[in-house]
Design a protein around this ligand. Sequence first.
Ligand SMILES: [Zn+2]
Length: 449
Amino acid sequence: MPITVPSRTDKVNHDEISTTCLAREDMGCFLRWCWAALRWDIVPDDAGIEWLRVPDEYRDRLGGCEAIPVAGGDAAGAAASELPQPASWQDVLRMLGSVDQVAHATPTHQPGSVHELTPRLFDAYSVDGGRVMLGGCSLEVQPLLRSTGLVVCDDNSQPLQLVHRFSTVEGQPVDPRLVSSLHLDQLSPLSRPAGVPSVDLATWLATGRRQLAETHLEKAVEPLLVTVVWCKFLRCKLTFEIGETRADLPFSSWAQWLADGEISPPPFRCPHTGRESFHVVLDDDGVMTVAEAIAECEHTGRRVVETSLAVCDLTGQRVLRSLLVPCPVTGQQLMADHRIACTMCAQQVSPKAISGGKCLACQSLRAAGGNDPRLGSVLERYPKLRQWSSWRMSETEKAWILRASSVFRRLLVVVDRHSLDPLHLAERSLLSSRWSPVPADRWDQHLTP
Ligand SMILES: [Zn+2]
């Protein structure tokens, strides 16, 4: 059965100190706890009185006592015993200060298994058409130090006073709120956990005692016992599964925080939108996201992650990005099947970029002299075009549009502005206003060197 250190605690300063005044019964209770935590032998005698067998190395400090009565200190049998008795309970308490080992303990109330915590993990989420499960989980124990000291009182009539100081094993003070939230006021003795190196324990003992030495109280503090408190810490990976799609969410916390509802598992974060929610869904493209990040394409009705949609500049509709293409003349995004072909350059452009059948680029041809580098690069690539003259040029985001004249005819050449590959050729007579596309199998007549 766990033993509770007397509950009256006062904060001495803003620091992480708690003090506990001990009545005589409470002293016995605290000592019994210490003996249990140190794993020292307690043996009942024929009269039913329990005796602590004092280890050899500490008997000198108790006037040679081989055993002392464990509880209360007022047992008639103990008083009548022929065994030597310690001078006072203060002597017994102070003997703890010479103990060269740490005690081990665990918060009396803390989760025992992952199984106790899984409802709090899983119940936080709603997964449409799927489930959340543990993709990996461990319930580790993390050590904290409780250094217990005895406040020296000048006046022996004063009650004994214990102080507890909590710190990390590195010696960093522990926030009082953590002490409270981990229920460190109630500790149960524990066997030394396997795998803890002795050198660590020796270091932690020194650290704990140093913590007390650095405690600033009005009265001196004698170090008594350093207890390593092993607190359970949860590290897990939550795995969300809908159909064949999976996503992981790491989470870690003091187990007690989760058990007490002081912390909740984190919301699922949509990797595409950054939106966070506890409602996990799959969009129509099979992307795992949260319900709040889903939006509907106004053209297809598909429900997808909102970042998969964009506004069509022509219609104002919010549609799938994959349906949108840029107009080479205006740069605006519009649905591909809303584009119109220019009757002159044959580029697919926005209806907003065309009038009278011609795109704005074809309507804004400007004279291009021999020093225009764009024209120069086209003529260098296609020398046969040098026989043409009176060049005029325009450009879009995709193409260069070049128009040339000879005595009786005009030629239109549209090339990719990056590769200079031909996109469209057309010709017309000077008397005609209509351009006639040159079939691709005749392009060589104009473009072959
Ligand atoms: Zn055009």
